[in-house]
Write a protein that binds this ligand. Structure first.
Ligand code: BG6
Length: 485
């Protein structure tokens, strides 16, 4: 195996999917706190209230309503797995596996409850300081996502989900606060989780988005690009040792047939879904094809010369991405569709699919790594990868998750091949190293962890932690630096 000596093996999480404690110590609400549970065939919904007291739920909060916690509804993220009160126990388990890195995010509304306060919430800052100190006790390097799907709800509503330039400064203030506060404790940062998911959502599940929706999506992304580039500059000023990365939802896409029309469609899918964001964040400017994408939907960007300058001077230090699956596209209409992880495509006959219709494709990971390294020549990290599956406690009281071991083993082998082919891969943090609330479905039963958490889809359970078979397996993988799979 070719893994470098200081390779960062570890696991990944997000605040809203693990912390719980949604209304303690001054934390403000986030959209996930008013989002119900769903399943593969039932979308999650947000609950809201109008000024006159009427309530409702749906896929979005109407502009004349505000997100609200309603009686009788179940909101899985509110308690999640209560990492807020279990972090010491959980980090100890990560250390037992030999983690070198732990990816986590900061709940924005724990630090700035509405996003607009002048002063940060001290209790929120203290919580993360304690978590970072605990990680360092075991020589685990934190990798911190500044924004992972939990903007303060008040800010989201007031500024229409990044529909206003003002949010750039609110984000910059948030990022600056973190860089200053955790200087010396955190060296690795990601500005936005899966920033490209905004464009992917536009056509997920066959949705035909309107030009107005595209206008909002591309404008939101532009403000986020500027915010990210500002954060990179601030982070470097505060501590030149800071390594700051982009984070892209990495789905390798293939043409389903050799029909040249499919080849072209595939190339354009890469441009729209993957390169668009990566190019701006890694190269500091919009690619030529951006004009084609905007013109198609009559998008007119609010972009200034100052923005362009900020983008140019705020390129990221590393390219990080999530990888779970590949997808196939075709112009031929008669294909069976499958949709997983923000991507809808044709069923690929050469691959197997998980219960949630995600294509199992380790070769796609090698392909993605080599393609992206060739494009940007930046150090890379895979900051999410894993198999969401239903785990059962067997008669012997144990969880034999050999399917998860097999999935991870094959993806680690793919990483090894990419490294041998010259890719500068620095780290691998598997997703949901401890069971957590699924972002897509809100289920607990879609489990990714090496550590089982006793909690079900209705919120029952003791929260007790339990090692699965994959726990010992991953410990050996880390100990042998990827030699023993
Ligand atoms: C990524 C997200 O898209 O996929 C995570 O960054 C998410 O937040 C992960 O949990 C897995 O998706 P899901 O829907 O299975 O939780």
């Amino acid at each position: 195996m070719s893994f470098p000596k200081n390779f960062y093996w570890g696991g990944a999480t997000a605040a809203n999917q693990i912390e719980g404690a949604y209304n303690v110590d001054g934390r403000g609400l986030a959209r996930t706190d008013v989002t119900t549970a769903g399943s593969l065939h039932q979308n999650r919904q947000v609950t809201y209230k109008f000024k006159d007291g009427r309530t409702g739920k749906g896929s979005f909060i109407p502009s004349d309503a505000t997100g609200a916690v309603l009686p009788g509804e179940y909101y899985p993220n509110q308690e999640a797995i209560d990492f807020y009160h279990h972090y010491k126990e959980d980090i100890k388990l990560f250390a037992e596996m030999g983690f070198k890195m732990f990816r986590m995010s900061i709940s924005w509304s724990r630090i700035f409850p509405t996003g607009e306060e002048d002063k940060p919430n001290q209790a929120g800052l203290d919580f993360y300081r304690k978590v970072f100190e605990e990680l360092h006790k075991y020589n685990i390097e934190p990798l911190v996502t500044i924004s992972h799907s939990d903007d303060p709800l008040a800010m989201e509503e007031k500024y229409h989900d990044w529909g206003n330039r003002k949010v750039i400064d609110l984000y910059a203030k948030f990022a600056e606060t973190l860089f200053k506060e955790y200087k010396g404790l955190v060296h690795y940062w990601l500005t936005f989780n899966e920033i490209n998911s905004t464009v992917m959502f536009m056509h997920f599940g066959g949705h035909q988005a309107s030009d107005e929706e595209y206008q909002h999506a591309y404008q939101k992304l532009h403000y986020q690009f500027v915010a990210s580039a500002k954060a990179v500059q601030i982070g470097h000023q505060i501590d030149p040792d800071n390594q700051i990365g982009c984070m892209i939802c990495g789905i390798a896409t293939y043409p389903l047939t050799p029909d040249p029309k499919d080849i072209l469609l595939n190339e354009h899918t890469w441009e729209r879904d993957i390169y668009y964001c990566g190019d701006v964040q890694c190269k500091g400017k919009y690619p030529t094809f951006a004009h084609r994408l905007w013109d198609k939907h009559h998008v007119k960007l609010d972009i200034t010369d100052e923005d362009r300058e900020i983008l140019k001077n705020g390129t990221v230090d590393m390219y990080t991405f999530s990888y779970y699956m590949s997808s196939a596209v075709t112009t031929h209409k008669d294909q069976e569709e499958v949709g997983g992880n923000l991507s809808t495509g044709a069923r690929n006959p050469y691959l197997n699919y998980s219960e949630w219709e995600w294509a199992d494709d380790p070769d796609g990971l090698q392909y993605y790594l080599e393609k992206m390294y060739d494009r940007y020549e930046l150090p890379m990290m895979i900051v999410e990868n894993g198999l969401g599956a239903i785990d059962k406690i067997d008669a012997d009281g144990k969880i034999h998750d050999d399917y998860r071991i097999q999935y991870l083993k094959e993806h680690i082998e793919a990483m090894d091949r990419a490294i041998q082919n010259g890719v500068d891969l620095r780290g691998y943090t598997t997703w949901g190293c401890i069971d957590l609330v699924s972002a897509g479905t809100g289920q607990m039963s879609k489990r990714y962890g090496f550590i089982y958490v006793d909690r079900d889809d209705q919120g029952h359970g003791t929260m007790k932690r339990m090692k699965k078979d994959s726990f010992d397996w991953y410990r050996k993988v880390i100990k042998s630096n990827g030699e023993e799979l």
